[in-house]
Design a binder for this molecule. Sequence first.
Ligand code: SAH
Length: 358
Amino acid sequence: MKPFADTLREIIAHDGPITVERYMSLCLRQYYATRDPLGAAGDFTTAPEISQMFGELIGLWLMEIWHAMGRPSPCRLIELGPGRGTLMADLLRATQVLPDFKAAAAVHLVETSPALRQRQQAALAASGFSLHWHDRLVDVPPGPVLLVANEFLDALPVRQFLATELGWCERLVGLDGERLIFGLRPEPEQGLGNPLRRGDVLEWPAASIDVMGELARRLQQDGGAALILDYGYWGPAYGDTLQALKQHAFVDPLAEPGEADLTTHVDFHRLAQAAVAGGARAHGIATQGDFLQALGIEARAASLKARATPAQGADIDQALARLTERGPTGMGELFKVLAVTDRSIESVPALPALSISS
Ligand code: SAH
């Protein structure tokens, strides 16, 4: 089979330079379809892969909401981008606190990668829950929603615009001989607001905004709640956050198309705005560290340690420290948590009320 980089060069030679959004989209489809990117042997490690405590606490959060909603049955338990299925497996174990949940819930996994669907099937087969896979959120059948998405929205493509003396220009990926390079095209449709300073980069996450709009529509129609965890910030902010990770190190995003994980940082303000504009209520945001602490991660760690060997105890301490670590690059601070619910749910555990204008 032809190497993906050659296919990509042919596309650009034929169509001309492509947007960053299309570049990300083509590369990510190739990347996720051809590997399991997670864990020590892969390119990056996520919170559920660090410790079972992460999924368990999210399971308890969801059970509080399900209980407060009057225990609707049937209920759609949805995960966007479930990776190896670890978060869902840990979360389902925690739902045993409410035994009726198993009879009420069907699990819906939104996943495009055939390789990862197989991993999820293997991780979840023994759970006893009915499992369904879909390519998109819009394909999940109607019904009250409990949804979780961890490190999903960072993997969706964004457009990038650079402020120049000509106004906003869209960033493109073109060819210099065989080499991929960034370029610019003046953006005819304005409506992006006035650039503040030359050199500012504005990222436009159209795909994430669509997901939030669809989520809000479903929540408004059928009721429920969604929990979104990812690395990101509360915008508006300007900057180029496109990054590529391979074997746990940053690499040039154009160097190995389809072979490195490509992501951007998530603007939670824009996501919350899209959800509120779609008729939902937003809650948060909190840092991951504050959120997990409010849900009792320290008590959970202590109870796991009480039954652990000294070596396991040290692992639990290390996982706790990593998930809640402060500082701009610590997972506990870089990662943020946003909840989105139907309007009848006025408060959710561990996240403050959020007032936002759409
Ligand atoms: N949530 C997991 C995995 C995060 S990696 C964890 O925390 O470990 C991103 C996940 O999203 C992978 O499962 C990937 O295959 C999936 N994914 C990426 N783009 C997608 C898309 N457009 N639609 C559906 N799933 C996607």
